[in-house]
Design a protein around this ligand. Sequence first.
Ligand SMILES: Cc1ncc(C[n+]2csc(CCOP(=O)(O)OP(=O)(O)O)c2C)c(N)n1
Length: 612
Amino acid sequence: SRHARIKGSGARHLVPRAHRISGNVPCTTMKAHQNVDLDLLFHKAKDRKFVDKETAEKDNMVVNCLRCIAMDCVQEANSGHPGTPMALAPVAYALWARILKYDPIDPQWMNRDRFVLSCGHASTLIYGLIHLAGVRNIMPEQMTSTDELSITLDDLKKFRQHESRCPGHPEYRWTAGVETTTGPLGQGVANSVGMAIASKWYAATYNKEGFEMFNYNVYVIASDGDLQEGVSHEAASLAGHLRLDNLVWIWDNNQITIEGNTAWAISEDVATRFIAYGWNVLRVGDANDVDALTRALEVFKREKQRPTLIVVDSHIAWGAPTKQDTFSAHGAPLGESEVSATKRIYGWPDEKFLVPETVLEHFRGQMAARGGKSREAWKELMEKYRAQYPKEAAQLDLIKAGKLPDDWAKHCKEFAADPKGMATRQSGSICLNYIAEGVPWMLGGSADLSTSCLTTLKFPGADDFMPPMTGWGNYSGRNFHFGIREHAMGSICNGMAVSGLRPFCSTFMVFSDYMKPPVRLSAIMEIPSIWVYTHDSIGVGEDGPTHQPIEHLAMLRSIPGLHTYRPCDANEVLEMYKHITTYKHEPAAVVLSRQPLVTLDRTKYGSAAGPL
Ligand SMILES: Cc1ncc(C[n+]2csc(CCOP(=O)(O)OP(=O)(O)O)c2C)c(N)n1
């Protein structure tokens, strides 16, 4: 079985079930286990927060409420994915109620922990969480929170309807509390690597002695599909390499996908694969064990130097009498009678969209209380920080507001007319450096082609982004080495963009194909990622047809919301970069040549800014 296979991997991080303490073990049971060190067990128990029966019942009520919301939403919409939210409700509850540092009153707080539901089809789970937590709506332009709820009970009833706050898959900039758009499997997990990078970058750049302004973690729920997608392999490999210990992926190991059992399509030992990536791997053998999940998440928080994968064994549509563990529970309503029967099994009244006051109190009493306290403390610290580090505090204000420094374009210089000219990748390099020097949070890199695409930032202080212990750079570096992982590079940049940074990344234009999903998503999410594609067109003749981007320009131009630029000379490159730097919600594709292009004499021709 899969269980035996993972245990048999020889991974020392995996704790077999029998060796774990679960629940409140009565003394008599402890004595029965003669092979257990009772003293050790006793001392461990000292640190445990024993949950009283009343609290356990309330925990269970919140979990069941989340499950019933999922069933009701899908039943009401007559479409959707009920099974996974039902199974993962306890996982989400453990995370949101007990661990996540998040104040629902201010979903824009810069040091909040990030939560990503990478399997976006399970969207009713995050909608239920946002509703129960009382996450406030935000004004998208002002980026300030309002008094109204992000998701009301009425919104839940309109799941999957046109203009609903609860669309089929969670959408960034549409529903407050959704940190990134998910649905195309693999994107959310890869975005989360960009978010974890951003957390490290903020900490390394802005934390000062006595001022730990940034230390947020990134929590992700990932499905089998997420971990099968190639982009997650690229992203996990890089996350391990970069030692992003602030990142945890919780893998819903339910062994079910759309066509049936995962055994039909995959047989590798996923846990061992992640150990090879340099991750710490933990296991929780029962998705309903809220205490074990909490402990695993606590272990993650103590981990230094490695990202964490928590393998959670779950049962899709848990509790549904005829649908549990079946792939039919993945993507179709359970049916009225199955929903009623499941509610009876949960001990829940057969009422639609029932959210008892106790559930709200119990959930908010934990998450909002903890998050509110953290945010208040952070606000106070920020005021002291502002007094001592006004320049840095002002930069953080700009980042939060999506604005630029007043003098961001001060390094820009026009190019003199030149009949010999230069390749636009060369002028692009100069202009990118002009701009990035003026915008300290503009950063990026290449999929191993920075020496050809010429996107390295060269001004003083623009170091390499590397774990400090390598001695090759640090986490405040602004040059990224994504390796030959174009797809993940794009998704990681999107994760950095939703974190307030201004990322760019580069490769040959012909390989823009490898990045289509994140480029498209940057347009859907309305985030200002910058995609630099050099070696445009048949100018790369000698490399042959594999390297000639022929249909690629049309592909880029066909993406709604993506602004594609193909400047004709150095001054158009400059004007283009100045223009796209002001974007707040538009991604841009920058198409540049390998071969020299004449720098036009602007006294004879129109202004380079003319077409903009
Ligand atoms: C890139 C991509 N390919 C295909 C799909 C269609 N799809 C949605 S869910 C799913 C697989 C479901 O299996 P799993 O990821 O294990 O989710 P679960 O059944 O546990 O909810 C697929 C193939 C998708 N959303 N994204």
